[in-house]
Design a protein around this ligand. Sequence first.
Ligand SMILES: Nc1ncnc2c1ncn2[C@@H]1O[C@H](COP(=O)(O)OP(=O)(O)OP(=O)(O)O)[C@@H](O)[C@H]1O
Ligand SMILES: [Mg+2]
Length: 263
Amino acid sequence: MASLSGENLYISYENISVINDIKISIPEGKITILIGSNGCGKSTLLKSLSRLIKPNKGQVCLDGNDINKLPSKGVAKKLGILPQGPQSPEGLTVGELCHYGRHPYKSFLSKQSNEDDEIVEWALQATSMLEFKDRPLEALSGGQRQRAWISMALTQGTEILLLDEPTTYLDLTYQIEVLDLLKELNEKFNRTIVIVLHDLNQAASYADNLISILNGKVYKQGNPEDVFTEKMISDVFGLNCCIISNPIDGRPMCIPIGKRKTV
Ligand SMILES: Nc1ncnc2c1ncn2[C@@H]1O[C@H](COP(=O)(O)OP(=O)(O)OP(=O)(O)O)[C@@H](O)[C@H]1O
Ligand SMILES: [Mg+2]
C-alpha cells in the first residue's frame, strides 16, 4: 500500500504565510477528513500532498520518497486528486473526462483499451452518471457536474484518493451516496482516502482519522471521539455548540447553538 506524509511544511502565497510548520501522516487504508474554517489552508495543504503545489520548506513523501522528485506518471498511478472547483475545456463530455483519468496508464499514442472502457463504465455507474456519458459538462447541473468529476477521480484507480469538498453542490441524498461510495472503496478495496469536508457531522461520522486545521496549523488530529469536542469547534470555528452522540453510529455530533438561548 502507498504511504503519504508531510514533514515540516511551510507554504506561502506572495509572502503571505498559509501553511505554518505542518507535520501530517495519512494513515494507510483509512479515511482521513480535514476540517477547518474558510481560508485556513485546507486546499493548499491538499494540493501540496498531491504535488500540485511545492512547499516553500519541508517535504511531502510518497512511499518514503520526496514527491517532488518522483516521475509524474508514477505519482499519478498511486495518487489521484479531485481539486476544489475543477475546470474543464468547453465541449468535453462526461465520458471523455473519465477517459482522461486513465491517462497515466497509457503510453504515447496508445488507444483506449477495453479495460479503460470497463473502468469508465463502472465509475459512471457508481456515481449514477451513466445516462450522461455523452453530455458535455457545461450542459449538466452543478451536482451532476460534481458527480462527473468524482467519476473521473474513480477511473484513476489509485491507492490514494484526495478529494477537496467532493459533496459541494450535491443534495443531501447524493452527499451521503458519495460518502458511502468512498467508504465502500475504502473498505472493499483498501483505498486510502483524504477528504476536505465542511459538514462537520458528516466528517465525524465518516472519518477514521479527523484533522482540524486552524490558521495553517494542525489544531488536533486523531479519532473523531478525541478530536470532535465543543472546545475544538469553539477554537477552530468560533462556534458555540453542544456535542451529542449520533443516534445512528454513536459518533460525536454537533448541534450549533450560535446566539440562541438553550431551553
Ligand atoms: N493562488 C493564491 N494566491 C494568493 N493567495 C491564495 C491563493 N490560493 C489561496 N490563497 C489564500 O490562502 C489562504 C488559504 O487558502 P485555501 O484555499 O487553502 O483555504 P481553504 O481552507 O481551502 O478555504 P475554503 O474552505 O474556503 O475552501 C486563503 O487566505 C486564500 O485567500
Ligand atoms: Mg478550499
